[in-house]
Design a binder for this molecule. Sequence first.
Ligand code: ZN
Length: 237
Amino acid sequence: MVSVTVWNEFLEEQTNDEVASVYPDGIHEVLAAGLRERGHEVRTATLEEPDHGLTPEVLEETDVLVWWEHRAHEDVDDEVVDRVCQQIYDGMGFVPLHSAHFSKPFKRLMGTPCSLNYRESRERERVWTVDPSHPITAGLNDSFVIPETEMYGEPFAVPEPEQLVFVSWFEGGEVFRSGCCYTRGTGRIFYFRPGHETYPVYHEDVVLDVLDNAVDWAAPRTERSVSTENSSVEPRE
Ligand code: ZN
């Protein structure tokens, strides 16, 4: 069983009627329920909690941190970002979703602008599996459709993924690298594009199935190591 923390800024669900109609209890609750149904142990954390709900104790108990963020990027405290990134370097998995491409942790881990093109016009998306041997694609068909979504288009200003798992096609003709795997330190990162606060993308079973696989893939394989700076070692004989 993987111990998952789902983090959400949890702002627009409380202030925007259109968002609240799709995610009345918050996007984090829909993601958490979907992952619990699939056998994971899930807690949630939000921006307004002390330490944004991400205390050292919570992060130490977290195997994989799932991150939803849309507009609060600059409101996330740098000290929490330091703590999150350090845990990832030490082996915690990280699954940033959709507009979390502009989150502070993802941008720091990538070291690039992470910019992209977008258009919000309720378009159809077909997500293609381009690496059927990858564990994140287990049990999936060669492609799946999200009926209504926001378009994200290339160029996506990230480093070349270590494994590219999904590529999306949109009705308007654009394509996008929708499932990108990285390692930073000993932590595994999976950026997953689908999602948007005004479309019911996270109510789609296939999207939750991908996240189920992603959480299994990103979980640490061994006891979490704790990195130390410049640790001194004895010479070997
Ligand atoms: Zn969006």
